[in-house]
Design a protein around this ligand. Structure first.
Ligand code: FES
Ligand code: FES
Length: 174
């Protein structure tokens, strides 16, 4: 057993005694009842289970939770799909997913949402040229599998959010 202390969606949790082989997915779902993080392939192949990990320098990245031990997140700050709503309001990206009817069964949605959010925050720090945008979005969402094959709508939703706020996310006049 190891003690796990973690910040999730801005809230501290722990220290909690967890088995060293307990996955982060099981910790979220079984210990905390946070079932928004899904379990798909269980083999780090589909990324339906991806969460956001926040670095101290303000950058972030996604991580699968199905094969990742919970204890490896000790001392870290993470965000899950439950953290996107602020003051009872859906995020801009969540609204875009709904507007595009980007999901079908919804199993992969949390992973796409987390990846899209990481991309938005990255572009806000380091905007790209308009000509590079489609490829940038495709590269960011690459690796997320959707068994319902909803890829185009997820891509369009993320693109829409970026283009609607191009001063923030794109290099000016390029
Ligand atoms: S469930 Fe984790 S990558 Fe598929
Ligand atoms: S919406 Fe069903 S797996 Fe993507």
């Amino acid at each position: 057993m190891t003690k796990l202390s973690i910040t999730i969606n801005g809230q501290p949790h722990g220290p909690t005694d967890v088995r060293d082989d307990l996955s982060m997915n099981d910790f979220l779902r079984e210990y905390l009842g946070m079932t928004g993080t899904k379990f798909g392939c269980g083999a780090a192949q589909c990324l339906s289970c991806a969460i956001i990990v926040d670095n101290p320098d303000g950058t972030s990245y996604t991580s699968p939770t199905c094969v990742t031990p919970a204890v490896s997140f000790d001392g870290k700050a993470i965000r899950t799909v439950e953290g996107h709503v602020k003051n009872d309001e859906l995020s801009v990206l969540q609204k875009a997913f709904i507007a595009h009817f980007a999901f079908q069964c919804g199993y992969c949605t949390a992973g796409f949402l987390n990846e899209g959010q990481v991309l938005l925050e990255r572009l806000a720090r380091a905007p790209v040229k308009r000509a590079e945008l489609e490829q940038t979005v495709a590269d960011a969402l690459d690796g997320h599998l959707c068994r319902c094959t909803g890829y185009v709508k997820y891509h369009e939703a993320v693109l829409d959010v970026i283009l609607a706020d191009s001063k923030r996310y794109l290099v000016a006049n390029q």
